[in-house]
Design a binder for this molecule. Structure first.
Ligand code: PGA
Length: 226
């Protein structure tokens, strides 16, 4: 299975989000490709409905989740609030760790919240911290997770990691979390450079920011991975 995750980050109005979905009306996918779109929280429900309405076979993910269950946590979105619409939840993105000061323990708590409701966490890790980031999840069963290796300097820079280096890191990660746990690559992925990563034989798909925002570029990426 190859996973293509569109991480829209803090981009798009509701109008732009729905127009993007409409561009994929009646799309069909190869049986071994899973496409996942992660809109901002307020649009998760709308994007999910529109995907169904337009017969677009993409799943929905959240970009983050509260580390707590429902309760007195002003501003937090608990898993129960979105579980109807999401099958996946991105956690521990380096932007969350950097700008919102999330710790490995926060990420582990978020993973637990998602797993409790049967949502698959997509856990972002980076080098040189991957070892501690993975160790913080020791109480979790790794086969229930998807990991995304995202070198910070490759994110949004237009300079991706090399497939050879990504292969080295992802192979080491799989050595720790098990060969059956999917590990994605993220950082300046495009339709042009994606096949080189897939050819390594260890990359199970991509977590994509910039290239996912434009429907045409996203379609090109899906085609390049098909
Ligand atoms: P990018 O972002 O594709 O724009 O580099 C990737 C990510 O941050 O998930």
């Amino acid at each position: 299975m190859k996973y293509l995750v569109a991480n829209w980050k803090s981009h798009k109005t509701i109008k732009q989000a729905l127009a993007w979905v409409d561009a994929f009306e009646n799309t069909t996918l190869d049986h071994d490709i899973r496409v996942i779109v992660a809109p901002a929280f307020p649009f998760i429900h709308f994007v999910h409905s529109r995907l169904e309405e337009k017969k677009v076979p993409f799943d929905v993910a959240s970009q983050d989740i509260s580390p707590f269950p429902q309760g007195a946590y002003t501003g937090a979105v608990a898993t129960e609030m979105i579980e109807k619409w999401v099958r996946y939840g991105i956690v521990g993105h380096s932007e969350r760790r950097k700008y919102f000061h999330e710790t490995n323990q926060d990420v582990a708590n978020k993973v637990t919240q998602l797993l409790d409701l049967g949502i698959t966490p997509i856990v972002c890790i980076d080098v040189p911290y991957a070892e501690q980031q993975i160790a913080a999840l020791e109480e979790v069963s790794f086969p229930r997770l998807i990991f995304a290796y995202e070198p910070v300097e490759a994110i949004g820079s237009g300079t991706p990691d090399s497939p050879d280096h990504a292969k080295e890191i992802i192979s080491a990660v799989k050595g720790k979390v098990g060969e059956l746990t999917p590990v994605l690559y993220g950082g300046s992925v495009t339709a042009e450079n994606a096949p080189g990563f897939l050819e390594t034989g260890v990359v199970d798909g991509f977590l994509v920011g910039g290239t996912s925002l434009d429907a045409e570029k996203w379609r090109d990426l899906i085609n390049a991975c098909s």
